[in-house]
Ligand binder design. Structure first.
Ligand code: 5AD
Ligand code: FES
Length: 364
């Protein structure tokens, strides 16, 4: 049965919800490899064997949200809060430009106050001007009003990442406090699309109580909203969070199965969505040292080297065992370039690496 689904996948025939669920449920090693191979062929045909770097600037861990899974949630009093200033963010973005990354991502906990909004607006303008509009600027700054999304777009940002986390409304309600709403998240995604960004979203895999059917439906949701980019990763417990406190840290066996689920999701998403950009999440590497390159081998084509000053890194721990805490930007550049070459791919230096899907939607 798996063989038959993979044959249809390779022929680029549409797959049903049941097909996706069956692929996500694979456990036999030879079937897993066959799934990854089909996904890699489709990646090769639609986006090529090039990995694009997006330098990740984690500019603040202040957050107004209180998600039950996240290490920097507002109620976690063990976090030493920090906020980079405009100059620091600008400096890191410029480092990425000079390191030929082609793109950067500015990410932080969520803040909706005008001081923050205008600081981001100013720094985006500065980065855009200093890089002659060449560098891709992605924002990952949470839920905002359409007006704010517009201001940041006008300032020079191109792409926006906002994860839906899960499309199962009951599960969403279980992992968030009552005032966090899946409907608001969906409205934000629609607003981002109207504003003209390349829009990215994604989910966490392996949440307690999440089923393969949920994950298969998540992939169909990505297709339904015609997404341009996907960033998704395995859920990893953080010991200072309500969800992390309920379960002991992952055993090696649990790490392995969380990694496999993450890789299967990347592969099936590539098979269904073909020409979008898919990130190999850093969380994959928290589960196994080579997790991110395995993600590339299963269909991902984007990697996000950390640009955050080493001093701030330990303060931005969304989950336990986050990698690269002691490294600096240059070390991550060298390390990841080597790993990508090691799997026979190239780094798309000096390229923005826009989602081919976005380009073709906009040329219609
Ligand atoms: N495990 C994995 N991913 C997490 N995120 C937050 N907490 C965790 C965790 N414990 C992810 C969320 C969020 C992104 C910035 O980080 O999906 O959208
Ligand atoms: Fe940061 Fe390897 S990617 S040290």
């Amino acid at each position: 049965m798996i063989n038959d689904i993979l044959k249809r996948a390779k022929a680029e025939e549409p797959l049903s919800l049941d097909d996706l669920e069956a692929l996500l449920s694979i456990t036999a090693p030879e079937e897993l490899q066959a799934l990854y191979n089909v996904a890699y062929t489709i990646k090769d045909q639609h986006v090529g064997r090039v990995a694009y770097f997006r330098g990740l600037i984690e500019c603040s861990n202040l957050c107004i949200k209180d998600c039950y899974y996240c290490g920097i949630r507002r109620s976690n009093e063990n976090v030493d809060r920090f906020q980079m200033d405009e100059e620091e963010i600008f400096k890191e973005a410029l480092w990425a430009y000079e390191a030929e990354y082609g793109s950067c991502v500015i990410q932080s906990g969520e803040r909706q106050d005008e001081v923050y909004i205008s600081m981001i607006e100013r720094v985006v303008k500065r980065i855009s001007k200093a890089t002659k509009g060449e560098m891709g600027i992605t924002l990952s700054l949470g839920e905002q009003s359409e007006e704010v999304y517009n201001r940041w777009k006008t300032a020079g940002a191109h792409r926006y990442l906002l994860r839906i986390e899960t499309t199962n409304p009951e599960l969403f309600a279980k992992i968030h406090p009552e005032d966090h709403s899946i409907e608001v998240r969906k409205k934000c995604l629609a607003a981002l699309r109207r504003t003209g960004y390349q829009v990215g979203t994604g989910v966490m895999m392996g949440l307690p109580g999440q089923t393969m059917e949920d994950l298969a439906k998540d992939i169909l949701f990505l297709k339904d909203i015609d997404i341009d980019m996907v960033g998704m990763g395995p859920y990893i417990p953080h010991s200072d969070t309500p969800m992390g406190k309920e379960v002991p840290a992952y055993t090696d066996k649990e790490k392995k199965s969380a990694l496999t689920l993450g890789l299967k999701m990347i592969a099936v998403t590539r098979i269904v969505l073909k020409d979008i950009n898919i990130a190999a999440a850093t969380a994959l590497q928290a589960l196994e040292y080579t997790g991110r390159e395995q993600g590339l081998k299963c269909g991902a084509n984007v990697i996000m080297p950390n640009l955050t000053e080493t001093e701030f890194r330990p303060k931005y721990q969304l989950y336990d065992d986050k990698p690269c805490i002691d490294e600096n930007s240059a070390m991550c550049r060298g390390c990841l370039s080597g790993r990508i070459k090691g799997i026979g791919e190239e780094v798309g230096f000096n390229e923005r690496g826009d989602s081919p899907h976005f380009k073709s939607r906009n040329s219609k």
